[in-house]
Design a protein around this ligand. Structure first.
Ligand SMILES: Nc1ncnc2c1ncn2[C@@H]1O[C@H](COP(=O)(O)OP(=O)(O)OP(=O)(O)O)[C@@H](O)[C@H]1O
Ligand SMILES: [Mg+2]
Length: 225
């Protein structure tokens, strides 16, 4: 289970202090998918970044599968992320100087997975995202939808327990976005990955098991415990 308790984070900016998220408590059961929706500036990225350990909250806690991640040192947090977390960002996910296969293999290399196992996993994922023929392609040779499928394959290559996807379909048309999210949900289920996706896309929200509304950094709705 992933659980946040009273998570708050503010930024000091040229516009003064911005309370990006405020007192957010939520949970997602292991293997389930949570969608976080909200308009631009509502705090979605900040929330995902705090849950994934990319940013430290000011107050509150994030418990991922029994680990209070913000109680970990930076070094231990990095190790935890490397093993257990996968990230899909809105854009610019892929390393431009690596091929599609090498991009997908990246977390496996970081986790020192033996070559044979690594190659097997990359082939398996290429098949699942229907890009076997693009194994040696460079990222700039891909369409936006293809690039996001590769980004997704890379995010789950090391079988992370959690996948955080920040508006993964923002740069895609509705149909392509729907397909990507369908693939995410199906594979997440198959691999028992707990997924949190932020989106503005109503189509994705319809597909998700549970969704939360974030407004001005606060989570609304009965499902917020
Ligand atoms: N690094 C930062 N420095 C200063 N302010 C920030 C920073 N990151 C976010 N903010 C502010 O915090 C608030 C929440 O931003 P956040 O990026 O979490 O929203 P969002 O819901 O992801 O928006 P979008 O849909 O546009 O991606 C905004 O007011 C934003 O300006
Ligand atoms: Mg954002």
């Amino acid at each position: 289970m992933i659980r946040t308790r009273n998570l708050s984070k503010s930024y000091s900016t040229g516009r003064g202090k911005v309370q990006a998220i405020s007192d957010v408590s939520l949970f997602v059961d292991t293997g389930m998918t949570l969608t976080v929706m909200g308009k631009s500036g509502s705090g979605k990225t900040t929330l995902l970044n705090c849950i994934g350990g990319i940013e430290r909250p000011d107050t509150g806690s994030v418990e991922c599968f029994g680990v209070d991640i913000h109680a970990l040192s930076n070094r231990d947090l990095s190790l935890f992320q490397r093993r257990n977390a996968g990230f899909v960002f809105q854009a610019g996910n892929l390393l431009s100087y690596l091929t599609v296969s090498e991009n997908i293999a990246f977390p496996l290399v970081l986790n020192a997975i033996p070559n044979k196992e690594k190659d097997r996993r990359v082939l398996e994922l290429l098949e699942k995202i229907e890009l076997s023929d693009a194994a040696r392609a460079m990222p700039n040779e891909l369409s936006g939808g293809e690039a996001q499928r590769v980004a997704f394959a890379r995010a789950i290559a090391h079988c992370p327990k959690m996948l955080l996807a920040d508006e993964p379909t923002a740069s895609l048309d509705t149909e392509t976005g729907k397909n990507l999210v369908g693939l995410m949900f199906a594979l997440g289920k198959e691999e028992k990955c707990t997924i949190i996706i932020s989106t503005h896309d109503q189509e994705i929200i319809k597909l998700s098991y549970k969704s939360l509304d974030i407004r001005d950094g606060k989570v609304k709705g009965p499902e917020n415990e």
